[in-house]
Design a binder for this molecule. Sequence first.
Ligand SMILES: [Fe+2]
Length: 334
Amino acid sequence: MAAAPEPVRDIATLGSIELLTPKPQQSLWYFRDVLGMEVAHTDGNSVYLRGYGDFAVSTLKLTGAKHSGVGTITWRAASPAALQRRARALEACGFGVRWSENDFGRGPTYHFRDPDGHSMGVYYEEQKYVAPDDLRSTLKNLPQKYTARGAAVRRSDHLALLCKDVATNRRFAQELLGFQLRETILFEKGSFELGSWLSPNAVHHQLAYVVDVKGANGRLHHISMWVDQREDVLRAADVLTENGIFIEAGPSKHNNSQAFYLYSYEPGGNRVEIYSGSYLVLSPDWEPVTWDEDERGTGVYWGGALPESFIQYATPDIAQAAPVGRDVPVFDPA
Ligand SMILES: [Fe+2]
C-alpha cells in the first residue's frame, strides 16, 4: 500500500475577515455597540474591529462598499517559511494574485483566490493587541478587559462561503491549504456534495463551503462570532431584539458541529452568527463525518427548523448584483 502523502501544516489559523457593507455607519454600530466589539483602527473606508479575547490586534475589517458580502479573508501561516511555501504552491497551481505589504496589523500577505473566486490571503507577521489603560484587563492572560457591552462576543470564530461546486473548493482547501475535512453533507447517494466544514487547527471548522443555490460565485453565507457559553447566546438574542435587529434563526442547536447558534442580519445585510459549544478535533487521522438527506434533516439537532431564507439568502443579494464571472483555474491535482 502506498504511503499517504505528508499532510500540509502551513496554515495556523483564520486571521481576519473583511466584511463589505453598503451601510458602514449602521454596521459599525451593530458590531461595536450591539455585539460589543472594540475599534482598533480606522483607515479610509475601513474600520478594524476586535473581540475582547482576540490576541491579534484585529480580526474583523469592516469596509464600506456598494454591495454587502465578503472582501478578503486572511489566514495566518505557521512560520515565515510556511508562508513562502504556500505562496509558491498557490502560484504554481494558478490561484496566486499578488503580494501586498500594508494592511493594518499584518505583514506581507500573499493574495490568492479560491476556485470559486473568493479573495483570500496568507501572511505570517501579525501585530499583537496591547490594550490602552482604559481597556487593560486585571487578568494577565486576557488581552483586553471584558467590557460586557452588548452581546460581548469574545472573538471571531469562522465563516461559511457559498460556492458553485463544493467538492472542488473543499479539495482546494484540503490539498493546497492543508485543512482537515471535519464534516460533509452528501446527498443523492453521495454524488452531490451540499456542504463541507474544514479547519487548519483543533477548532471544529474555521471555513465552510456550502452550495450556492442561485449558482453565483464568491458569495458569503455568514461570519461567526464566539461566546463562551450557551447562556451568552440566549442573552445575545435579548440584546439583538432590544436593538431592533432581525433574528433569522435560533437560538438552537445544530446537528452538524453540535454548536449552539443564533443568526441575525447586520444592518448592511450580511448574516452574522453568535456561536458557542461545538467540539474540538485533535486527531491527525480524523475521519470526516458524513450526513445524508435523512440524517441531515433540517440541519438542527433540536428546536425549530432553519427557515427557507437560510438557503435562499446570501450576500451580496443576487437581486442586487449579477453573478461574478471569473476565470478561475480548474483544480485537479489528482
Ligand atoms: Fe457557522
